[in-house]
Design a protein around this ligand. Structure first.
Ligand code: DGL
Length: 278
């Protein structure tokens, strides 16, 4: 395999628009890096697929991204990281990966009431990775979990002021607040988009933790350790790919102030990814 190039793009992938909440912070931390964003919107929501299915999707996506000659892969999805990150590292040992996990540790450090709410997908909650997080950091803390059924799909629609969003958030957070939670973890990269709506419901006294800034810092560290930071102060190019033709990515790109240099459709054909003209 050819050596990784310092001026190659970083790949960032998610099942949909969620990873853009991570891209927003990557852009801030790494303003000279080209980024290729990949949204597998044809298979969203990942949180409701089997572990094997998510592993297979992540394998194929990574294989495809490597063919695009990226220098690092950010798995900007808690569900995909929980299901597939260790396997991806084993299967693709030549490329550095950065993954995500619900910010349980910072939440346990922040809570004064010893009650924490975690919002994540069913897939993330069912994972060994999450079980190990709980064992390591939350043994003495009461954790109220909610798999937020349907919330990812609502967020994908981009209409955050829709009453369906506020009633869903109310339904999710009421048991957490009633149990005394003073800290909430956004354990899915889609949720930071509705943080203002969430704050309106839970009030300013509740801390809401989005791990994206920490993930962006970690991405910078990993690039530095691997001597892969861009060598030029280049104007970054953001290539955007989706597996679904009628994508709403543009709306979300505007929200995070990213102008895409290229939009591409990539199709699943017999379990493999193929580029097709938009
Ligand atoms: N954004 C993904 C995550 O962080 C999940 C969305 C989905 O279920 O597809 O977990």
């Amino acid at each position: 395999m050819e050596p990784l190039s310092q001026n190659a793009p970083i790949a960032v992938f998610d099942s949909g628009v969620g990873g853009l909440s991570v891209l927003k912070h990557l852009k801030h931390q790494l303003p000279h890096e080209h980024i290729l964003y990949f949204a597998d919107q044809d298979n969203i929501p990942y949180g409701e697929h089997s572990l094997e299915k998510i592993q297979q999707l992540c394998y194929e996506i990574t294989h495809f991204l490597l063919s695009e000659k990226v220098k690092m892969v950010v798995v900007a999805c808690n569900t995909a990281s929980a299901a597939a990150l260790s396997q991806l590292r084993l299967n693709f040992p030549t490329i550095p990966f950065v993954g995500m996990e619900p910010a349980v540790k910072p939440a346990t450090e922040n809570t004064k009431t010893n009650v924490v709410g975690v919002m994540a997908t069913a897939g993330t909650f069912a994972s060994e990775r999450y079980a190990s997080l709980m064992k390591r950091y939350a043994a003495d803390i009461s954790v109220i979990e909610d798999p937020c059924i349907g919330l990812v799909e609502l967020i994908e629609q981009g209409d955050f002021e829709n009453t369906a969003v506020s009633s869903q958030l109310d339904f999710i957070t009421t048991p957490m607040l009633q149990a005394g939670a003073d800290t909430l973890v956004l354990g899915c990269t889609h949720y930071p988009f509705i943080q203002p709506q969430l704050k309106r419901i839970v009030g300013e006294s509740v801390t809401v933790i989005d791990p994206a800034p920490a993930v962006a810092l970690q991405a910078k560290r990993v690039l530095t350790q691997n001597n892969l930071l861009a060598t030029k102060k280049q104007t970054p190019a953001y290539r955007i790919m989706s597996t679904k033709a009628s994508s709403n990515l543009q709306l979300f790109l505007e929200m995070i102030d990213v102008a895409s240099s290229q939009n591409e459709l990539v199709c699943w054909v017999n379990g493999r990814l193929q580029k097709s003209p938009l």
